[in-house]
Design a protein around this ligand. Structure first.
Ligand SMILES: [Fe+2]
Length: 359
């Protein structure tokens, strides 16, 4: 449909381009005049059917007017070649021009992909109407394609927005837990990064690594429910105080329970089980070995490494060698031996190639 025809609305922004393939120059000239009268001025033509495909590729027409009987290559053969050029999701109509439009000829051409016929000698008004109809259908296809693309872009953008909002909520939740006993938030941030690197080294999937990166910081979220006199006590805890402190695992799991997303479910498993021990003497449930979720086994190593290698108000930081010796000593006891090995491997790799993750 012509862009200068306001009755049809703004469907094609440019003039539709029409390709004529007909060996008779007189027919081509007649068609050009008819098209010009209908407002179609972007017309490309050839009298040589052998150039039709190349011309089609270079001008990318919105409509093809194709003669059925031509020397060198018959119109029906050209029709097959042209329809092969049109992707299934596109609609570029081909209008056949023929002087002997028998039922059989029409049937074969329609089966091969032609959209309509014009009998020679053609009635000019009928020709314009058929051309306009085909271009209108072409315009609607283009419009639908544009709308679908716009909708897909919008859905993608909204999905991204929701994802970012979800991550932001997780990070802010982590900050809530930190502000009680980790003013800077550095411990939880470092544990998140370290646990993600360790998960990668352990061979976890990209999805799991990403989930751990964004949720490991929530491992101590349950501390929001621990009273100040226990949480902020500047020194060793009594057994009773330690029992209270231990409830931060179950409390955290309770806060995070029932989430639909992989992130929230990962966060829940980590919060619930990051103080379980490989040998079954940890808390809160006394799980052992592989029954402890892998994410929690990974965060347990990252958490202890970071806690020991950084000072607290009541103790100095351990040296890296001392921390590594402790992790090694706890293989098969506190920690999954495979995770400790992956950690030592990661440390060795970072020590060789540089990197600030383990400082
Ligand atoms: Fe903890």
């Amino acid at each position: 449909m012509p862009a200068n025809d306001p009755a049809h609305g703004p469907t094609v922004e440019r003039q539709p381009r029409i390709l004529i393939v007909d060996d008779q120059e007189a027919v081509v000239q007649t068609l050009r005049r008819v098209l010009a009268r209908g407002g179609y001025h972007d017309v490309v033509s050839t009298n040589d059917p052998r150039t039709a495909v190349e011309l089609f590729r270079s001008v990318l027409p919105d409509l093809v007017l194709l003669d059925l009987h031509m020397p060198h290559i018959d119109g029906s053969a050209v029709l097959k070649l042209l329809t092969a050029e049109i992707p299934p999701e596109s609609y570029v109509p081909i209008l056949m021009l023929t002087a002997d439009a028998t039922a059989d000829v029409k049937h074969r051409a329609l089966s091969a992909g032609a959209k309509d016929f014009l009998a020679k000698p053609f009635d000019h008004s009928e020709a314009l109407l058929r051309i306009r109809n085909l271009l209108e259908t072409r315009s609607l296809h283009l419009l639908l394609g544009d709308r679908n693309a716009t909708l897909e872009t919008r859905v993608e953008q909204r999905t991204q927005d929701v994802h970012h909002a979800h991550l932001e909520t997780l990070h802010r939740l982590a900050r809530t837990a930190e502000c009680r006993d980790d003013d800077t938030g550095e411990h939880t941030r470092r544990v998140g990064e370290l646990a993600a690197a360790l998960a990668e080294r352990c061979g976890c999937s990209e999805e799991t690594v990403t989930a751990i990166r964004h949720t490991a910081a929530l491992h101590d979220i349950g501390k929001v429910g621990i009273p100040d006199h226990v949480l902020l006590k500047p020194g060793p805890l009594t057994t009773a105080e330690m029992d209270i402190m231990k409830t931060h695992t179950a409390l955290g799991a309770e806060i995070l329970a029932g989430g639909d997303s992989v992130f929230m479910q990962t966060a829940e498993r980590i919060a619930a089980s990051h103080h379980e021990r490989w040998d079954g003497t940890g808390y809160p449930r006394g799980l052992s070995g592989d029954s402890i979720p892998l994410e929690a086994r990974i965060v347990a190593v990252a958490d202890v490494f970071d806690a020991l290698s950084h000072g607290r108000p009541y103790r100095l930081a351990w040296t890296i060698d001392a921390v590594l010796a402790e992790l090694t000593a706890q293989r098969n006891r506190q920690f999954d031996p495979a995770v400790v090995d992956a950690f030592l491997d990661l440390h060795q790799s970072l020590a060789t190639h540089g990197g600030g993750l383990l400082r």
